[in-house]
Ligand binder design. Structure first.
Ligand code: MSP
Length: 514
């Protein structure tokens, strides 16, 4: 089965920060999760490189836009690599195939009668790359998002008949039984979209006369395509719509578009309208998450309060960064973070709970299995393993499938805590005086339980999960065994065999940070 998931494509006026990384890490965890469930995953991300904002940023930096875009786009790629993102495709809107795709879409829209020319006057916010009317602005007439005063603009543009699609889109969002139903999450934001649609929508300008850093309108070279239209089309460029490739036939429609709430409208109204107008099926699910703030303030270059992903990686390591970013803020809501919160969570969840658990199990195994572990020698008691599986069975799968990652992390922590407590109850260090065999059985089951935890950690912390697996000396490839495990609906058919091996010293996989 196929699964196509996308991140938004990010503007290259700015280096990647943890807000961008948040979205990409969530998608990566879901992509890895789907692969473990045997899906054939296409995971696309990329950079949005046209428009006034980018042209201005290039000018400020004293370079031509092409060069500027190359540099920043490369930075995004580099950071995604550092974060161990497993995307299959990275699209840049300055690529030739995208140019061709955008022109094809605009031509079809024109041919199908959805484009017309008219004069437009409005207030343009360059940071948002969109027009506003006064009632959309705050009391000082600034845009809510960037606190910037939009500039009055008036020009002849090509308009898209968005208003024609109001009823069709509403129906597809509201009616769960519609064969082209678009699922929007969370429901509060879905309701906002429905409310806004019910209030009525206007046609929207799809081109710019005064901006030349963009893709020309194919039938009028004096105009460029509005950067948001250009950007949305990336989702079909990347899979080869223009050449009607097999990849396109296989992966469209997209299964999940994921982004923050700021751009939900574009994805749940404007994009479906374009798709309907060119006769393509609609996205199946759209997920919008909240905004991160840092010490109570929106993170943005203009406000000068940005944490870079590199800073986080330097302090906590790659896997911990991935874990912390998705576990600190509930998916649906906004959330505030600070260095103190990050370090506290790191120490509690990773250094104390997970890291300690692994080292104490390995220490005991080394101490009490004097000649190394040999699974044939140990009677295998699966009770503990089944208890751990039961914890995950409660709702780990639903949480992953519904992209409630902070809750899936709670399932993980619950299992880790349970295992830690079980060790306290068993007190192998006391029992060793009376029954060595029993201690061996216990420890063997701790190692097996730890492996079950590692399997669930895999999408979040792939390096750590694999390290745990190897430290324990389990046979087989963790990814393959995890696939079998999730595919067989969370049961371990074959016991995990732990080799007669010299256990590695797990020297604190997550050293405490002060
Ligand atoms: N280029 C457009 C998107 C076009 S998609 C067809 C754009 N780019 S952006 O660089 O501004 O990225 C916006 C996205 O970055 C948000 O939707 C979100 O996914 C992510 N985030 C940026 N800052 C963020 C936070 N502070 N918090 C959470 N997510 C953030 O909009």
């Amino acid at each position: 089965m196929k699964f196509y998931i996308t991140t938004p494509i990010f503007y290259v006026n700015d280096a990647p920060h943890i807000g961008h990384s948040y979205t990409v890490i969530i998608c990566d965890i879901i992509a890895r999760w789907k692969r473990l469930n045997n899906y054939d995953v296409l995971f696309s991300t990329g950079t949005d490189e046209h428009g006034l904002k980018i042209a201005m940023a290039a000018k400020t930096n004293g370079v031509i836009p092409e060069k500027f875009c190359d540099t920043i786009s490369m930075r995004f790629k580099k950071v995604w690599k550092l974060l161990n993102i497993s995307h299959t495709d990275f699209i840049r809107t300055t690529e030739y195939k995208h140019f061709m795709t955008v022109q094809k879409v605009i031509n079809i829209l024109f041919k199908n009668g959805f484009i017309y020319k008219r004069k437009y006057s409005g207030l343009y916010c360059t940071a948002c790359e969109r027009f506003y009317v006064k009632k959309d602005l705050d009391e000082n007439e600034l845009c809510y998002l960037h606190k910037i005063k939009p500039i009055p603009q008036s020009e002849q543009n090509y308009f898209f008949k968005l208003s024609n699609f109001k009823t069709a889109i509403l129906e597809r969002i509201i009616n769960f039984n519609h064969k082209e139903h678009i699922e929007i999450h969370p429901k509060e934001r879905r309701n906002e979209i429905i409310g806004k649609l019910k209030n009525g929508i206007d046609d929207i300008s799809f081109s710019r006369l005064s901006i030349d850093w963009g893709i020309p309108v194919p039938f009028d070279k004096t105009q460029t395509v509005y950067v948001w239209v250009d950007a949305l089309i990336n989702y079909i460029t990347v899979i080869g719509y223009c050449e009607n490739s097999n990849k396109f036939k296989k992966y469209w429609p997209v299964d999940v578009h994921l982004m923050a709430k700021d751009i939900l409208w574009f994805h749940s109204v404007i994009w479906p309208a374009i798709l309907m107008a060119i006769g393509l099926p609609l996205p199946k699910k759209i997920y919008s998450h909240g905004f991160f703030t840092l010490n109570g303030r929106k993170m943005s270059k203009s406000l000068g309060n940005i944490i870079s992903p590199e800073e986080l990686i330097n302090k906590y390591g790659v896997d911990a960064t991935r874990y912390l970013i998705v576990s600190l803020v509930p998916f649906d809501s906004d959330g505030d973070i600070s260095w103190e919160m990050l370090t506290l969570k790191y120490n509690n969840d990773l250094a104390n709970n997970l890291g300690n658990l692994l080292s104490r199990i390995i220490m005991m195994a080394k101490k009490y299995f004097v000649t190394g572990i040999c699974y044939r020698r140990v009677i295998n008691d699966l009770k503990l393993v089944n208890d751990i599986i039961k914890i995950f069975k409660e709702n780990f799968v639903q949480n992953m499938d519904n992209i409630q990652l902070h809750k899936a992390v709670e399932n993980l922590q619950k299992a880790i805590t349970f295992l830690n407590k079980q060790i306290e109850i068993d007190t192998p260090w006391k029992l060793i005086k009376t029954s060595k065999t029993k201690v061996e059985i216990y420890i063997y089951s701790y190692l097996q339980a730890m492996n079950i935890i590692a399997i669930h950690l895999l999408p979040f912390m792939p390096l750590t999960a694999t390290k745990i697996w190897h430290t324990i000396g389990t046979t087989g490839d963790i990814n393959e065994i995890a696939k079998e495990y999730f595919f067989n609906n969370l049961s371990i058919k074959t016991e995990l065999s732990i080799l007669n091996t010299e256990l590695e010293n797990p020297n604190s996989i997550f050293p405490r940070i002060y």
